[in-house]
Write a protein that binds this ligand. Structure first.
Ligand SMILES: [Zn+2]
Ligand SMILES: [Zn+2]
Length: 176
């Protein structure tokens, strides 16, 4: 791993996709606490309501907020069941960036601040779920499939990265 592509600084929390929603959310919160601590995010994991959405179709996850205060962090269930823990973990990181920027700046957008954090946390800038991504980044070990819509550094150089779910090696391919 080279200096300009540092690995994501987290432990790995492998969880099989036949886990219950309760098991998933328990792991998600432990993981979120560690990400928040390692990256100094202003996220009070246990002050948020955590839920999975079995209805969401268009979004991988969401943060609901009131008066600028984040209240609920929701992860779309099929992201986990269809694409694996690695894909769910990057969605969790995406939503944690939203919580952080809401708390620090009242900013719910995917603007420049978001893009910087997304780069640091190896997560996409978009949380929309399109039916067909342009690329798949696939973990050789746990089989997680991370959707990518543009030719990012991760897509170009998957060997410089590791699966954020299990630490496994990654391959990238066009989705054709
Ligand atoms: Zn988002
Ligand atoms: Zn993996």
């Amino acid at each position: 791993m080279t200096a300009d592509t540092p690995g994501l600084d987290t432990e790995f929390y492998a969880i099989d996709t036949d886990a219950s929603t309760e098991e998933f959310l328990a792991v998600a919160r432990v993981y979120a606490r560690e990400v928040a601590r390692n990256y100094d995010l202003s996220v009070a994991v246990d002050d948020l309501d955590w839920e999975v959405s079995k209805r969401a179709r268009r979004r991988a996850g969401a943060v609901r907020y009131r008066d600028g205060d984040p209240e609920t962090l929701s992860i779309t269930w099929k992201v986990f069941t269809n694409r694996g823990w690695g894909a769910a973990a990057e969605t969790i990181r995406h939503e944690l960036v939203h919580v952080h920027l809401l708390n620090e700046h009242g900013d719910p957008s995917h603007g420049d601040r978001f893009a910087e954090w997304a780069e640091r946390l190896q997560t996409p800038v978009t949380c929309e779920l399109f039916a067909e991504p342009n690329y798949w980044v696939v973990c050789r070990d746990c089989g997680s499939r991370m959707a990518r819509y543009r030719e990012s550094k991760l897509v170009k150089n998957p060997q410089n990265y590791r699966c954020s779910g299990c630490g496994g090696r990654l391959d990238a391919r066009e989705n054709d």
